[in-house]
Design a protein around this ligand. Structure first.
Ligand code: GLP
Length: 241
């Protein structure tokens, strides 16, 4: 696992954007795995900036998002569909049919998980997977557990995740308790992984991910076993390593 320490959030975001942009330039038909949350917002802003300058062409790129809340339709203001639309998709020339996000409002969630996993395989797998990090060490919505969950599945969100993410909802009660998430096996199959973390509140999870034992108690620790994983953290998130 390569560890890059950026001086602050802005530098972390620029570095991550350079990594993603390089992939898109070198492999115009690449498959990107995308993350949501506060952390990758700066990355997406930089990518939009590159695109506006004419440096990037997303017309042959395919994307798969990590996760979506159960029960939220794509047009729900707090859905990850909407987040991706607002922060990236509507600003670049990526064909919408190439953008994949699990449907949290699917009638049959198990079937939706199967369909999503098959779609990733059919696209040839993910070339570069972007990951954020939960305060409890989760990646995607793979919460600390007694075992690593394999493929795309339905998860019950941990209390710390409910507390951390409820700020994105009008009231904590409106936050869904479940989500669909790519599994650890799905993430580990990506050819390259780029994990981003910023801020003091992530320092403990970063330490566990990088220096701790590989355990489902801290899902990001599995990345120590990935052959091509890089983590870019800012100085605050790196304060315990
Ligand atoms: C959510 C997402 C994760 C993300 C994490 C960290 O739980 N499902 O993919 O990495 O939050 O979020 P933030 O970047 O807002 O700290």
């Amino acid at each position: 696992m390569r560890i890059v320490v950026a001086k602050d959030y802005d530098q972390m975001s620029r570095m991550a954007a350079i990594v993603v942009a390089s992939r898109v330039i070198l492999q115009p038909d690449c498959v990107l795995g995308l993350a949501t949350g506060q952390t990758p917002l700066g990355l997406y802003r930089n990518l939009v900036e590159f695109y506006r300058h004419g440096d990037l062409d997303f017309s042959r790129v395919t994307t798969f998002n990590l996760d979506e809340y159960v029960g939220l339709a794509p047009d729900h203001p707090c859905s990850y569909h909407r987040y991706m639309e607002d922060n990236l998709f509507s600003h670049v020339n990526i064909p919408r049919e190439n953008c994949h996000i699990p449907r949290g409002d699917a009638e049959d969630l198990e079937e939706e998980c199967r369909r999503y996993e098959e779609a990733i395989c059919a696209a040839g797998g993910v070339d570069l997977q972007i990951l954020g990090l939960g305060v409890d060490g989760h990646i995607g919505f793979n919460e600390p557990d007694v075992k690593f969950e394999g493929s795309t599945h339905v998860v019950r969100l941990a209390q710390s995740t409910l507390e951390a993410n409820s700020r994105f909802f009008p009231s904590p009660e409106q936050m869904p308790r479940f989500a669909i998430s790519m599994g650890i096996k799905t993430i580990m199959r990506a050819r390259r992984v780029l994990l981003l973390a910023s801020g003091e509140e992530k320092a403990r999870a970063v330490r566990g991910a990088v220096l701790g034992e590989v355990t489902p108690d801290l899902p990001a620790s599995i990345l120590q076993l990935h052959p091509n994983a890089t983590i870019i953290v800012d100085e605050k998130a790196a304060s315990l390593i």
